[in-house]
Design a protein around this ligand. Sequence first.
Ligand code: ADP
Ligand code: MG
Ligand code: ZN
Length: 613
Amino acid sequence: MSNIQTGLLMLLLTALGILGYNVWLRESTPPPISYTAFLADLDKGVIQRVHLRGGEITGEDTKGHSFSAFAPDLTGLMPLLLSKSVEITAEPVEPGLGGFLQSLIPVVLILGGWLIFNRSQSGKGSGSGGSGFGKGKGSHLLPIGMSKITFADVAGIEEALGELTEIVESLRHPEKFSKLGGHIPKGILLQGPPGTGKTLLARAIAGEASVPFYSIGGSDFVEMFVGVGASRVRELFTEAKKNAPCIIFIDEIDAIGGKRSGGTAFGSNDEREQTLNALLVEMDGFSSDETVILVAATNRPDMLDPALLRPGRFDRQVTIALPDAKGRLKILEVHSKKIVMTIGINLSAIAKSIPGFSGAEIANLVNEAALSAAKHGKQAVTLADFEEAKDKIVMGLARKNAVISEKDRRVTAYHEAGHAIVATLLPETDPVHKITIIPRGRALGLTQQMPLDDRYTYSKEYILNRIKILMGGRVAEELIFGRLTTGASNDILSATEIATRLICEWGMNSTIGPVAHMHDQGEFLGGSSIMKPYSEQTAQRIDREIKKTIEACHAETRQLLTDNNKFLHTLAEALLINETIDAEEMSIVYHCYLSDKKIEDSLKSSPEETTQA
Ligand code: ADP
Ligand code: MG
Ligand code: ZN
């Protein structure tokens, strides 16, 4: 059934409903008499009882006949009623609202009927058949549109944009892609903390490709009545396929895409799972010549049902991190174009002063600054306005515990620098790819290494050095701050796991020897494991060796970082300023450090010359 037909049917039913309601009203209201007639009856003493509702009078005379009338003035009527000792009942009327609510009754009735009908329809598991009334019902609920936002409106997340240009290209020229036999990804999952521009980016993809764009919030599916979520999913995809190429955007997909629990007491969960199943079925049902791309966004990728992430579904995942100082500057530039600023405002200094701000918070900052300028009656936004806005936002964030303290930033900078320096100074390690102190998920910072080539075997030295790199974070904290934090718990876990496998699986420990021992299967390096039961005594020896290995690595790392503590300070300071350091910048810092060290060493080795000079 087409949308127009459905629309007409709805209209007809509404009209019928209103008609029916009016007939019912007329039947339930007794015949009206004039107010004059009512007063005359009252004077004659034939009125038995009245019921007052605003000016409306309904009542009964002594013969038991009902009547109704309308009183233009109740204050004058009351003494008369009392003098004739008429039984009075009354009810209040909310001015305006009562009538309005009453007029809504038919609409509510129809809607209710429609939903119940719909529910029984989807319960049958088919959207077709019968009158098809349930179909197309959401067409007016489906917000299809064209987006005017382009990649130019999204700043500071070049990496993510880079990953998406190919997808935009495939939407623009689907024929070019299919001709080459390439397959266009069906699902793109945008993940990242709130306010990093995921929603904005989804709109930008549609705008950039200039294709239509259906947008729907994950919770929109769920808060509806039972059975509607699943049928809305089906309908959404049917509509979208008709309008291909196009984009379906499901924001906050965790609302429907959360892990399935498998049988719970809550009906709402059941509903959510039905919706999720429908989504999975639809995603599998696309063929590659239907250029419909599903873009979804979430702050909680860890919450998603693994089924969604399987190949052929959301196989393209784009992570958007909080912006670093450079990124924040770019976002500031985009948003400050919309306001009038005094000349000479140093945006770069502002960007540096707001670590941890998301794109949304930066947009808010610019807006608040403009409001502050307006409040003070200024012609243009000044630096003072930015300061005022910043204080306001930071205070709000502090209340939500979302600001990272300066102390934590310093600890994180030294911790990450510790990892990176050990990785740089030791031989047989993977080069450092990126270091950042921008928080992701629960981690406050991250040091990434990039293997040069695919390795199939690892030397003992490589494995021991990995443990030392892991220890580097904690050791740097010990050396600089002299105290331990919980920030290294993950590192310690990984180091213990590697040491265990070194001993139990790879037979690299001379005391235990080249014998395989049973252990928990990890995925590190993906080796197969041989199970061998062993005695309590052996278990103790293994534990001792694990501890010894890690302690030895710890001591060596401590020595290495002590010997190179200038490098540690330089890198940590660089991190505090830039927040992210890539491989190239890392090698610059390293070479500066090396040449400084050379000069120092040469001065040390010839003390006489120095004293003479
Ligand atoms: P999310 O969906 O990740 O929570 P939004 O896309 O809703 O974030 O971001 C909210 C607003 O913040 C956007 O409309 C935009 O004004 C601003 N914003 C966020 N990130 C960026 C960015 N990278 N570039 C420009 N503006 C951004
Ligand atoms: Mg969003
Ligand atoms: Zn660490």
